[in-house]
Design a binder for this molecule. Structure first.
Ligand code: NAP
Length: 284
């Protein structure tokens, strides 16, 4: 077996950010608009706080602005909707990111859907999902859109391939499956009620693990020469696939860390830039 190809999200993200920095500067010089991402964090979950801080840092790396709204954990749906409406109306804000998950008393779907489609740079609204699924212009959910960008960069063939997506969350598994389908893969979507999961994975050319359980996908589920995409990230620098054991069987794999995570962030940055360009009348 030849050495598997490492799908290096970290290095591709760096390249994307470099290109983006000069485009941000050009837009700013041309129009006076500095692309701005507003992040909303509700509650005190440390992992969520870290993710929001990483996104704000990435904005500054590429010359964009970020505004952060930190709301207490007892925030109601109505209070959150009011913050989102204000950001929708704010001409200095071009993208809005509501960090998932929100505390249980909040209707997360209602909050996501309150985000203006013009500012839905994290691709979380039902309208955006519908448009993306139908192949119309919409910002894709940042993690699966980042994965698609990475697969495309490495010329991974998708057409006619059997892709198994493990997970069906609205921000990851479902949009991932639709993006692969739109790229002409044959897609099987698996979830917690799926029967014979190892058998289904054994039949796949591409596996996307978006389960949220460390080392869930085992090496003996993997078909030789398949493509492994691991969206998970857990303490101990492990993902949702037992990569140490499985990667040598694959033709290509995303490392953890340094695979899907950086691609999510650079895609969010690119989509915020795109939203700012559209909103200031200079579509890129
Ligand atoms: P989620 O909302 O918890 O969804 C997990 C999915 O896995 C659900 O659809 C669930 O099925 C399915 N699942 C759970 N147990 C299963 C089992 N035993 N067999 C088959 N399927 C099972 O998680 P998420 O937000 O999609 O995130 C998934 C992973 O990606 C997590 O590790 C998360 O940390 C990571 N993530 C990474 C990034 C990034 O930027 N790198 C971004 C977002 C998420 P049901 O629907 O039936 O419950």
């Amino acid at each position: 077996m030849p050495e598997p190809l490492l799908l290096d999200g970290k290095s591709l993200s760096k390249q994307l950010e470099q290109t983006l920095s000069s485009r941000v500067e050009n837009l700013s010089n041309l129009t006076g608009t500095r692309p701005t991402l507003a992040t909303i964090l509700v509650g005190d979950d440390p992992a969520s706080a870290t993710y929001v801080a990483m996104k704000a840092k990435a904005c500054h790396r590429v010359g964009m602005e970020s505004i952060s709204k930190h709301l207490p954990s007892h925030t109601t749906t109505e209070e959150l909707l009011s913050v989102i409406r204000d950001l929708n109306e704010d001409p200095n804000v071009h993208g809005i990111l509501l960090q998932h998950p929100v505390p249980h008393q909040i209707d997360e779907r209602a909050a996501f859907d309150a985000i203006s489609p013009l500012k839905d740079v994290d691709g979380v609204t039902a309208a955006g999902f519908g448009s993306m699924t139908m192949g119309s212009q919409a910002y894709g959910s940042a993690t699966p859109a980042g994965i698609m960008r990475l697969l495309s960069h490495y010329h991974i063939p998708l057409e006619g391939k059997h892709a198994v997506v493990i997970g069906r969350s609205p921000i990851l598994g479902k949009p991932m499956a639709m993006m692969l389908l739109n790229a002409h893969a044959t897609v099987t979507i698996c979830h917690s009620r799926t029967q014979n999961l190892p058998e289904l994975v054994r039949q796949s050319d591409i596996v996307v693990a978006a389960v949220g359980k460390p080392k869930f996908v085992q090496a003996d589920w993997i078909k030789q020469g398949s493509i492994l995409v691991d969206a998970g990230y857990h303490p101990g620098r492990v993902g949702d696939i037992d990569l140490e054991a499985a990667k040598s069987l694959s033709a290509a794999y995303t490392p953890v860390p340094g695979g899907v995570g950086p691609m999510t962030i650079s895609t969010l940055m690119a989509q915020t830039f795109e939203a700012a360009s559209m909103l200031c009348g200079q579509p890129c």
